[in-house]
Design a protein around this ligand. Structure first.
Ligand code: NAP
Length: 265
């Protein structure tokens, strides 16, 4: 997963520029990286990976205690880091995050839009309008609105990189996670919609689709009633396979693989 995030930072599938070997770690000194939802799990690991490569990292999440813990953990690893609270679903918090970054770090080069919520688990037909508003607001709309906020600042620095965190559930909806899965599919579309336009400003937009990673987020889902992750494994494995093949433009194979998908419930 981390390899995928860092790979996005130095490959450019849109314009085909800046293609380097996967084995070369980018030197990110002088770069400023915002990672949302970065006080735990994948976001914290991504912040650490970027910081270890020299980036000045900005961490955030909803709770001040979590922000404080993440900042001191990263500082203990000699990573240059600042932090603030930011619930990505709130406009004033998003603005505060970007303004603080510009004031204290002088600009922004990288945005990893990682925050997501899943307040619903069950039959999709039982999901309410409130659930959909929350999931689409935090998982999809906030990713777009944060990108919109950072673009002018990236343009001032001659370019940048946006990495959106989707999920394999975006390729194949997971059992009982209908609205969440749909939001992750929307992020694949958002990436493709943004990429050509932002390529004009030398800003890359890429999407990472992790499989199951042991974090608090996945543990909550695992603990939910009757859910058996092992039933999803064939789906996930095949989703990843078709994702990789898609990467190599083998679209015909992708369609065949999707058609053959089935999961047990
Ligand atoms: P996690 O370990 O549970 O961490 C969640 C982080 O998000 C915490 O720092 C939390 O801190 C913060 N957060 C939650 N709601 C937020 C909000 N509205 N605004 C800002 N921060 C918020 O989660 P994770 O598993 O690393 O998931 C990260 C991303 O990876 C998500 O987009 C998820 O969909 C995706 N993903 C995860 C898996 C997996 O298996 N874990 C698989 C595929 C995709 P506070 O409580 O302080 O806000």
């Amino acid at each position: 997963m981390l390899k995928a995030v860092t790979r996005c930072l130095w490959s450019n599938p849109v314009a085909g520029r800046r293609m380097l070997s996967h084995h070369i770690s980018p030197n990110l000194s002088g770069k400023v990286a915002i990672v949302t939802a970065s006080t735990d799990g994948i976001g914290l690991a991504a912040a650490e990976a970027l910081g270890q490569r020299g980036a000045h990292v900005v961490v955030s999440s909803r709770r001040q205690t979590n922000v404080d813990k993440a900042v001191s953990l990263l500082r203990s690893k000699n990573i240059q880091v600042i932090g603030t609270t930011c619930n990505v679903g709130k406009a004033e918090d998003r603005e505060k995050l970007i303004n603080m970054t510009i004031e204290q770090c002088g600009g922004v080069d990288i945005l990893v839009s990682n925050a997501a919520v899943n307040p619903f688990f069950g039959n999709i037909l039982e999901s309410t309008e409130e659930v959909w508003d929350k999931i689409l607001g935090v998982n999809v709309k906030a990713s777009f609105l944060l990108t919109k906020l950072v673009v002018p600042h990236m343009e001032k620095r001659g370019g940048g990189s946006v990495v959106i965190v989707s999920s394999v559930a975006g390729y194949q909806p997971m059992p009982s996670l209908g609205p969440y899965s749909v939001s992750k599919t929307a992020l694949l579309g958002l990436t493709r919609a943004l990429a050509p336009d932002l390529a004009q400003s030398n800003i890359r937009v890429n999407c990472v689709a992790p499989g199951i990673i042991k974090t608090r987020f996945s543990a909550a889902t695992r603990a939910a009633r009757g859910y058996r992750w092992r039933d999803c494994v064939p789906v996930l494995r095949r989703s990843l396979v078709h994702h990789r093949r898609d990467h190599h433009c083998n679209r015909r194979h992708e369609l065949q693989t999707v058609k053959g998908l089935a999961y047990r419930q």
